[in-house]
Design a protein around this ligand. Structure first.
Ligand code: SF4
Length: 454
């Protein structure tokens, strides 16, 4: 498999092979699903909408509900205004959401549809809302789509009434519902009143109840998004994902923000909790201290299986940076750290981490693809790979232990119910990394060297 991947690296400005990202509307749709009783609406042709829904459904193993403007040749020539108007009316009439969140696609962006004007012109039923964002897929990645959709909600809905509500606005970054649950657990443990936005827990991990609910119980509500403007402060998690919406909220409503890395690993989780501690003037409770201590204990116990092991990390920028930070804490060498999302800031932040830990010879690449990762691995092997399902072929071709984390994970179940954030998430990652490395030792051991105790 992949035998023909050449070792020689070359600059490929206009070609990506096995990309490490997907298109903006996928992220916009995911953010919109994190709003209670929201129907994401894809303003483009049916194929785009189907692809985005399928992509999310394959990762979460849950239906990703969304509607589409269903462009045909006519809309491509005359603009999609009438499609959107009819689509919004039909969606409110038939599916009765509280809010429709429209995002654009390549086609509607290319023909220059003016969504602002269309939405101002349409009749929206009493008590219902329509918001939009622009998500041209030839810019950025699904991560940009995610934060652009957040900005869309904030621009339309968030208001400053002048009466502070004493809450923290917490932006979780592009993470799984399991991560959002863990973030909420830590916030509650710290005694911080908060609004998590968006919140896909209870939507993309909704339980089987025996009856289908188009709008499950989870999601940030419209009044909660409106009240973001009265929050004391925004805690924006994921430096490269959450700054834009935090900035939008600050510009619109004057809510100051604290920008933090995704709390993956020990130091990043410490920073998150210390920020909450300062904000709420609360001590960190024993349950969190205990979890941290347990994590450190296991790392110490198992350090000789981890130290110096080379790891390749790939995925969304903030996830990859968090995983890199944790790998360094484990004494591993993050030999290759890649994201498909463009942006020099990613490379800079990864290189800062390398130099802080004195990790020499590591390579960080933004706007990269997995073909390049394979080429680099062919030149210098790693001991383990950590990233999305798309690394699977490389892992098989090169016979390298492989752990799935981040987005998308299309070929495993239940992963999105578990966190990678917080001390609990770090413990889970640690167990997976250790098991993969130790399974390899067992597999390669001669019969006489196979140890029952390790
Ligand atoms: S045409 Fe654009 S928006 Fe549609 S699926 Fe392709 S990249 Fe995504």
């Amino acid at each position: 498999m992949l035998d023909l991947t050449p070792k020689g690296l070359s600059e490929r400005g206009a070609l990506r092979v096995n990309p490490c990202k997907t298109c903006q509307p996928v992220g916009a749709m995911y953010a919109a699903l994190g709003v209670h009783r929201c129907m994401p609406h894809s303003h483009g042709s049916q194929g785009c909408g189907s692809y985005h829904r399928t992509f999310l459904s394959r990762h979460f193993k849950e239906p990703a509900v969304a509607s589409t403007s269903s462009f045909t040749e006519g809309a491509s020539v005359f603009g999609g205004g009438s499609n959107l108007k009819t689509g919004v009316k039909n969606v409110f009439d038939i599916y009765d959401p509280d809010i429709i969140a429209v995002h654009t696609t390549c086609l509607s962006e290319t023909i220059g549809d003016d969504l602002n004007a269309y939405i101002q012109d349409m009749e929206i039923p009493e008590g219902k809302r329509v918001v939009h964002t622009n998500t041209p897929s030839y810019v950025g990645s699904h991560v940009n789509g995610f934060f652009n959709m957040m900005c869309g909600f904030i621009k339309y809905l968030s208001e400053k009434t002048g009466v502070p509500n004493g809450r923290a606005a917490v932006f979780p970054g592009f993470v799984n519902p399991g991560d959002m649950r863990e973030l909420k657990r830590m916030l509650r443990a710290m005694g911080i009143p908060f609004t998590l936005f968006p919140d896909t827990s209870g939507v993309m991990d909704a339980p089987m109840t025996g009856s289908y609910a188009m709008y499950p119980r989870g999601g940030t509500t419209i009044p909660e998004i409106a009240a973001l403007g009265d929050c004391l402060r925004t805690i924006a998690l994921g430096v490269l994902t959450s700054e834009e919406p935090a900035n939008t909220l600050e510009r619109k409503c004057g809510v100051p923000y604290e920008l933090l890395p995704l709390p993956v690993g020990i130091e990043n989780t410490d920073r998150f909790l210390m920020t909450l501690s300062r904000l709420g003037k609360n001590e960190i409770p024993y349950e969190l201290e205990e979890a941290r201590g347990q994590l450190v204990d296991v790392i110490l116990d198992a350090h000789f299986y981890l130290y110096g092991k080379k790891i390749a990390i790939f995925g969304d920028p903030d996830t990859a940076l968090g995983l890199t930070s944790f790998a360094l804490e484990l004494g591993m060498v993050p030999k290759y750290v890649l994201t498909g999302t463009p942006g020099d800031a990613f490379t800079r932040l990864a290189e800062d981490l390398f130099s802080r830990y004195g990790a020499a010879g590591c390579v960080a690449r933004a706007s990269a693809d997995l073909f390049e990762l394979h080429q680099r691995i062919k030149n210098e092997r790693v001991d383990i790979m950590l990233g999305s399902s798309y690394g699977k072929q490389i892992a098989k071709a090169e016979d390298i232990p492989f752990i799935r984390a981040g987005f998308p994970v299309l070929d495993r179940y239940a992963h999105s119910y578990f966190p990678i954030v917080g001390y609990a998430g770090a413990m889970r990652l640690l167990e997976k990394i250790l098991s993969a490395l130790m399974d390899r030792i067992d597999r390669d051991a001669a019969d006489e060297d196979l140890e029952a105790v390790m």
